[in-house]
Design a protein around this ligand. Structure first.
Ligand code: ADP
Ligand code: ZN
Ligand code: ZN
Length: 698
């Protein structure tokens, strides 16, 4: 009996459940990527296992059409299987995550090298001067990519003196001056040395314990990551560095490239398909052993992985919002366990979950020995307008400052002065936000935009009023301070360029959403301001306190990074809120202790796991019926509490209802949720209803 390849076709259809059997060609194994006949078409599929025999009769087994030349490491195939189960998705969708960029190919060019053939005397005299120079150059310099000199090289090849071959060229260079700036590492501080010792002890183990590097902003965490990576590389192990958003903090990529040169590959969505292909191939072949990138870089095809760094582990971008709704932090832990690698998470504001689960290593002070900047809570309850007079004065005095307001646009909503009509999104039950420079009202949930109305649609009145302020309005108001204003939010096309302009300016105010609080390092910023620190607190979410603490602390970390020191002003309507008071006192331990106690009392993560199931459909009645069926299908789950169904606001033209499972036994609850959704989704009378399962919703 010939062996059988079990192949999972990469399709997005949920109903299709593979794997399917094919004849297994020579050399094909787990991870091979094939083109297989499937129904009436050919599809790409991944071999997930090899079996001795098939349930199908021999003559029904098809042969793959083609074996593609890139294959997946078997660990990634296994990881995809785990993701599919853990996040209630399908194997095909999970495999699509770990597969190389589809459709891209290597870019080929002619490369020339000298053959060993002698070219003395007679043959050499037959060459032109230019050909002779070319040949001598190749004999001294080895292989080289052909350029404008290709015709001349061809003539040399005709004489058997030069060999020309088509070989891949790399489309992406990690760093402009790879190797040129190979920076000397600074000597470590005492705290860094201690942290590194603890990390290296784990790296030496077969099954390392994950560590949490809890270090205040500016405490030199990145330097510790760099040293840990060097140790892993010395042990011939590969390294993955996960970072939140490369567009906002490109410095971290260059720090790794400066230190390790060409062995660093970068994978992120802004690369072209060709560049991604080349970086992926360099990692797959082992030419590159370090991968830096955002959440999807956790799927880098690195074998013998030794270290995974999760920089800014509290960052929300680690959670993927499409199916499979994976959390890269959870996947990183799984991948580390699989490979016997160390997971090293780092943050100044670690999540309560991580503090609870991981061993902590501390960096309690800034590298430069400076104290953290003093934080003043500014009570806004008696003040009208966006800025307190004290804040305005401080902004005038500071040469450079950063101002955070976590709301985009000009005003939160607009309404009619005579009849009170509020402009709402036609597809979602939310108010539209005014973006004045574009003369548009926009929905921040579905992206719908419409022109700013000239008159009320309801009563025809011409007077429309705007309420609340977003970053656009604040940036406009801040012009009065007299410094140049730089606005950074999701409406800005090139965040990197804007940050570079702010960095170069002698005076200026950087104002924007949470994007301004990311790991920027501007030593001449002496003032940081949070406008409306309660913005994040008002969300009805058990993580509201954690988010607020992190946001205020991270922003505070942007101030006073240079010799001039700095200070922080936090404007708030709830000056007594625990998260704000703790952030103002730089009291991470106090905050974490209280927050963990609160979560334990309320049985929130990490003392339970949450699973959220959202049913949606164009009609409210269909959604209600589906949610009730789902509730019935879930029945009772041991040790779990099931909340809902509860209605959510309409989104993108779909009515929605959610159920939340608060589970003690996570694995059992995930299985129960998956089975219930499969059961209810199989009911053909409810075709319009879509179900989405979110394990560990954020
Ligand atoms: P964090 O990631 O904890 O915010 P960084 O790693 O960015 O901190 O370090 C802050 C600054 O201190 C950086 O400019 C970095 O180059 C510098 N630095 C880090 N470690 C050392 C050291 N041991 N000696 C001197 N400078 C250091
Ligand atoms: Zn009106
Ligand atoms: Zn909308």
């Amino acid at each position: 009996m010939p062996p059988v390849a079990k192949v999972e076709p990469i399709t997005t259809a949920r109903a299709l459940r593979g794997p399917f059997d094919y004849l297994c060609p020579e050399g094909v194994g787990v991870g091979s990527v094939l083109i297989v006949p499937f129904g009436h078409r050919d599809v790409v599929g991944v071999v997930v296992s090899i079996a001795d025999r098939s349930e199908l009769p021999d003559d029904r087994l098809a042969s793959p059409r083609r074996v593609l030349d890139h294959d997946l490491p078997p660990e990634l195939v296994e990881l995809a299987g785990w993701i599919a189960a853990e996040y209630c998705s399908t194997p095909a969708r999970a495999l699509a995550l770990v597969s190389p960029p589809p459709g891209a190919r290597a870019k080929l060019a002619w490369w020339a090298s000298a053959t060993g053939a002698p070219a003395d005397d007679a043959p050499r005299r037959a060459l032109s001067a230019r050909q002779r120079t070319l040949l001598d150059g190749l004999r001294d310099g080895g292989r080289r990519q052909a350029g404008a000199d290709l015709p001349a090289l061809r003539r040399l090849a005709d004489r058997g003196l030069v060999e020309l071959r088509r070989r891949p060229v790399r489309r992406y260079v990690t760093h402009d001056a790879v190797g040129a700036r190979r920076a000397q590492p600074p000597p470590l501080t005492g705290d860094q040395t201690q942290a590194l010792t603890a990390i290296e002890a784990q790296l030496a183990r077969d099954k390392p314990h994950a560590l949490l590097l809890h270090g205040v902003t500016g405490s030199g965490k990145t330097e510790v990551y760099l040293r840990a990576a060097a140790t892993a590389l010395d042990r011939s192990r590969g390294v993955i560095i996960l970072v939140p958003e490369i567009g906002l903090t490109p410095q971290i990529v260059s720090r790794f490239a400066d230190r390790f040169g060409d062995t660093v590959a970068v994978l992120h969505s802004r690369l072209s398909a060709g560049e991604r292909h080349d970086e992926w191939t360099r990692l797959r072949s082992g030419q590159a052993r370090v991968c830096v990138g955002p959440r999807s870089a956790i799927f880098a095809p690195i074998e013998r992985l030794g270290l995974i760094v999760l920089d800014e582990e509290h960052d929300a971008s680690y959670k993927h919002e499409g199916d499979p709704r994976y959390d890269a932090r959870q996947v990183a832990q799984r991948r580390a366990d699989q490979a016997g690698a160390l997971l090293l998470a780092g943050s100044a504001t670690p999540r309560p979950e991580s503090v609870h689960a991981l061993r902590r290593v501390r960096l309690p002070a800034r590298v430069d020995g400076q104290a953290l900047p003093p934080v003043r809570i500014v009570d806004m309850r008696e003040t009208a307008g966006a800025l307190h007079p004290d804040t305005s004065h401080a902004l005038v005095d500071a040469a450079k400052s950063i101002v955070l307001l976590n709301r985009r646009g000009w005003s939160n909503f607009v309404d009619c002065r005579s009849c009170g009509h509020v402009w709402m999104c036609s597809q979602c039950d939310v108010a539209l936000v005014l973006h004045r420079s574009q003369d548009r009202l926009a929905c921040h949930h579905c992206g719908h935009r419409e022109r700013m109305p000239a008159r009320c649609a309801q009563c025809g009145s011409m007077s429309v009023s705007r309420h609340g302020a977003g970053t656009e309005r604040l940036a406009h108001d801040l012009q009065q301070i007299g410094h140049e204003v730089f606005r950074l939010d999701a409406d800005v096309a090139d965040a990197g360029a804007l940050l570079r302009r702010f960095e170069a300016a002698r005076r200026g105010i950087l104002v924007g959403t949470q994007m301004v609080a990311k790991g920027h390092d501007f030593p001449d910023v002496t003032l940081a301001v949070v406008v409306d620190a309660d913005g994040t607190l008002r969300f009805p979410d058990f993580r509201a306190e954690e988010r607020t603490f992190a946001l205020v602390t991270q922003l505070a970390g942007r101030a006073g990074r240079g010799p001039a020191g700095g200070r922080v002003l936090v404007q708030t309507l709830s000056p007594g809120a625990p998260s704000i008071v703790a952030a103002a006192g730089h009291d991470a331990d106090g905050f974490l202790r209280a927050e963990l106690a609160r979560r334990e009392a309320l049985r929130y993560p990490p003392f339970s796991s949450l699973i959220r199931i959202v049913c949606s459909a164009p009609e409210a009645a269909a959604v209600r019926a589906a949610a009730q069926a789902l509730r019935a299908a879930l029945g009772e789950i041991d040790g779990a509490q099931i909340l809902g169904p509860a209605p959510l606001f309409r989104l993108r033209g779909r009515e929605r209802t959610q159920l939340v499972i608060k589970a003690g036994d996570r694995a059992a609850a995930v299985r129960a949720a998956g089975a219930a959704v499969d059961e209810v989704a199989a009911d053909r009378t409810r075709r319009d209803v879509a179900y989405s399962v979110d394990v560990d919703p954020q």
